[in-house]
Design a protein around this ligand. Structure first.
Ligand SMILES: [Zn+2]
Ligand SMILES: [Zn+2]
Length: 286
């Protein structure tokens, strides 16, 4: 799967509300750059991974306008070295276990800042994940550490799927904050849901993440355990001064969001456990 193509299709769905239809490599979609009543945009991916799009509607919108309407950089159209590497069945990670998932953390403009690879041996002598950062001097394109030679952080840390978080805050949609990338992916697979987490799991929320949540309506999914409860408290305290509303919920089935959803739960039937900052309708008196 070409990640640029998948990202473009995902954003087309989010922005136009119309799920692109067609074959694996060629889709019809609604054009986000003009008022498109029919799917007059074709989007395809070439053998080499390059994404091509054409608006066949009245205005024949240029690709740069379409990408701007999707809030994506033009670079998302071309496969990066990184994407080429990660699209191979490259399962190696430094803990020696098979990689089962990989999550890319992007800055607001879509640039990949770092990645997290996950194995399935958490609790069996392995922490279950390893971070890497892009490094063009390495044959694999990555260096398996977020620290520079001086021992300091060599990357800017951001919440997972930051561009989607910022779009949701701007469009006044709820942002769900859960504990890990696997939960985020399970949540955002549901229609109209935006979800995020901090890197490295419970207890690793960073105060500077607050800057992305000004005016946000937030729903925190706390894991059903002691670290989960403490983590939710930390996130609440951090966002209290800036968020518009904050609710804390828990899974009705199992321990976390992925358990809840895979047991048949929906995004609407989490159990509300705490309302630190209720949503208040603004009164506009004439
Ligand atoms: Zn158009
Ligand atoms: Zn491992």
């Amino acid at each position: 799967m070409n990640t640029g193509f998948a990202l473009v299709l995902q954003r087309l769905y989010e922005v136009t509300g119309y799920s692109p239809r067609g074959s694996a490599a060629q889709k019809n979609a609604r054009c986000p750059a003009h008022d498109d009543r029919q799917p007059s945009l074709t989007v395809g991916v070439k053998q080499d991974g390059v994404v091509v799009m054409n608006c066949h509607g009245g205005p024949k919108c240029p690709t740069k306008d379409i990408m701007a309407a999707l809030n994506l950089p033009m670079s998302a159209l071309w496969p990066t070295e990184l994407q080429k590497h990660s699209s191979n069945d490259d399962r190696w990670m430094p803990c020696g276990h098979d990689k089962v998932a990989e999550y890319l953390y992007r800055d607001q403009d879509g640039t990949v800042l770092y990645g997290v690879a996950r194995c399935e041996k958490k609790g069996q002598g392995c922490q279950g994940f390893r971070q890497w950062r892009p490094d063009p001097s390495k044959r694999s394109g990555r260096r398996w550490s977020l620290q520079g030679d001086d021992g300091n952080l060599a990357v800017k840390l951001v919440p997972y799927r930051l561009p989607e978080v910022l779009a949701a805050v701007r469009e006044e949609r709820v942002v769900m904050i859960c504990e890990g990338e696997k939960d985020v992916e399970a949540l955002r697979a549901r229609p109209l849901i935006t979800a995020t987490c901090n890197p490295m799991g419970a207890g690793k929320w960073r105060p500077e993440f607050r800057q992305y949540f000004h005016g946000a309506d937030v729903s925190i999914v706390a894991d059903r355990d002691e670290p989960g409860r403490r983590h939710a408290e930390t996130v609440v305290a951090s966002l209290m001064p800036v968020a518009r509303s904050i609710y804390v919920v828990q899974a009705a089935h199992g321990k976390d969001a992925s358990d809840h959803l895979s047991a048949g739960g929906t995004t609407g039937d989490f159990i509300e456990v705490w309302v630190p900052k209720p949503y208040e309708y603004e009164e506009h008196n004439g």
